[in-house]
Design a protein around this ligand. Structure first.
Ligand code: 5CA
Length: 439
């Protein structure tokens, strides 16, 4: 991508109304624009990252055997009256009337709608297990939308719903999702921690939040010191095997929020705990027959009896993740993307646009990188060198290749690693070897 052709409305000043660093950086880097309180337009740079996160999540869901569907944002109030949640949900739910005075709502979550789809079509245990997921915008009229896309009113969620004939197989489906969450966050280059959680308005008897560590996170967390070495050992698992032992292994490590646990708790002292902070990026629930009973979603068991189906639901906050990733990966100069989520792998910076040698060298490098199947952003604008370098740090691509008139004379290039800030001076062949090997 040529920067001169890319719509990147970078802000020079730090936005005053943004409270946290990820929100400030997302506005400065032209990733999003607020449209009204807690509601954002996604500009090209933000959209690229949101799509990368969404793709990784989607691919992992498909690996588990889940089926992708797409339910609408607007739902009929009738099914929510059936489940009993229409009144319970309170002011967080955006209620709408159509021209015929029918009650609609903008979905804050989809348990009811997916249960309605299920009960229309599935009648027998032979068709189970089934997991249906979708990726769709949600609306929750949060009392205090804040922190940009991290606590929005409109936000993008991946939500999956499992259906099983009995409790045991339903727990197995829950375990599959639990492990797939560990995998998908790892594939995003993030370290996620599962934590036992309250079930809130979704309900049920079993629930875990997945949080990623960031100093500025909303929840205080105690974490077993060796936890991440355990996570590092998690290879791609076979979702057909019994996953209970993996889940037990992860949950045997003690992670707890401060509110729920006492400092003097002997369990905390007996383990090697580190105090840190985190952001909730996923939440899974097992609620059995909570929706299937009132909504009469039953299947025939192999003993001939009809039973309400056992369900769980599994959410990932895709738009929240964009903010959370930045919250966990930045320095004083800007964003530092994990390589898995970087909008491009390389950033070529032409320090003297218009200089024939610089222009030629940069466009050769640009073609070389593309031919090696790596993605590249080329700053071919006429801005001054200092502003270009600052912008490159703000955008946070993993590697910068800095091309100026002096280096070009000697056929030498500066390769900067954004995370470590280390700069190496390389010849053209050293640079092309580096790009080739750094897959
Ligand atoms: N139906 C269940 C699971 S599918 C559900 O709605 N779970 S949830 O309420 O925990 O939401 C799932 C995830 O969406 C959360 O873990 C969080 O990452 C994200 N999320 C929730 N509220 C917001 C919000 N206001 N802004 C941005 N992301 C949010």
């Amino acid at each position: 991508m040529l920067l001169s052709r890319f719509f990147l409305p970078v802000l020079k000043e730090s936005p005053k109304d943004a409270e946290i660093i990820s929100h400030k950086l997302m506005l400065r880097a032209g990733m999003v624009q607020q449209s009204s309180s807690g509601i954002y337009s996604w500009l090209p740079l933000g959209k690229i990252v949101l799509d990368k996160i969404t793709d990784i999540c989607r691919r992992e869901m498909i690996l588990t055997g889940a089926n992708e569907i797409l339910m609408p944002t607007l739902q009929s109030a009738d099914i929510w009256k059936e489940s009993g949640r229409y009144e319970d949900y309170g002011k967080e739910m955006l209620r709408i009337k159509d021209r015929n005075d029918r009650d609609l709502l903008y979905g804050p979550t989809n348990e009811e709608l997916v249960t309605e789809i299920f009960r229309t079509h599935v009648k027998s245990y032979k068709e189970l297990s089934l997991n249906l997921f979708h990726i769709q915008w949600k609306f929750r009229d949060e009392v205090r939308p804040r922190f940009g896309v991290m606590r929005g009113r409109e936000f993008l969620m991946k939500d999956a719903y499992s259906f099983d004939v009995d409790y045991e197989s339903s727990i197995n489906s829950y375990n599959i999702m639990f492990i797939s969450y560990m995998q998908l966050f790892k594939k995003m280059g993030l370290k996620a921690i599962p934590m036992k959680a309250d079930t809130g308005p979704i309900g049920g008897d079993l629930s875990h939040e997945f949080i990623i560590i960031a100093d500025t996170g909303e929840s205080e967390v105690y974490l077993e010191k060796d936890y991440f070495s355990l996570e590092d050992n998690l290879k791609q698992v076979d979702y057909n095997q019994n996953l209970q032992k993996y889940v037990d292994k992860f949950t045997s490590f003690y992670a707890a929020t401060e509110e729920k646990h006492d400092h003097n708790d002997p369990k905390i002292q007996s383990l090697n705990l580190v105090k840190t902070r985190g952001i909730e990026v996923g939440h899974i629930f097992h609620f059995g027959q909570k929706y299937s009973s009132p909504m009469n979603a039953t299947v025939s068991h192999n003993n001939g009896e009809n039973v309400p189906v056992f369900m769980g639901s599994y959410g990932v906050g895709l738009s929240r993740l964009v903010g959370a990733v930045i919250e966990a990966n930045h320095d004083e100069n800007g964003i530092v993307w994990p390589k898995e989520l970087a909008p491009w792998d390389y950033n070529i910076i032409n320090l003297k646009n218009g200089n024939v040698d610089c222009d030629k060298t940069c466009s050769d490098l640009y073609n070389l990188i593309k031919n090696l199947n790596k993605s590249v952003l080329y700053d071919d604008t006429n801005e001054r060198a200092g502003a270009k370098l600052a912008k490159a740090d703000l955008l946070g691509l993993p590697f910068q290749i800095i091309v100026g008139p002096n280096g070009v004379k000697d056929k030498l290039f500066d390769l900067k690693n954004r995370r470590s800030s280390k700069i190496e001076r390389l010849s053209y062949s050293e640079l092309s070897n580096f790009i080739n090997e750094n897959r």
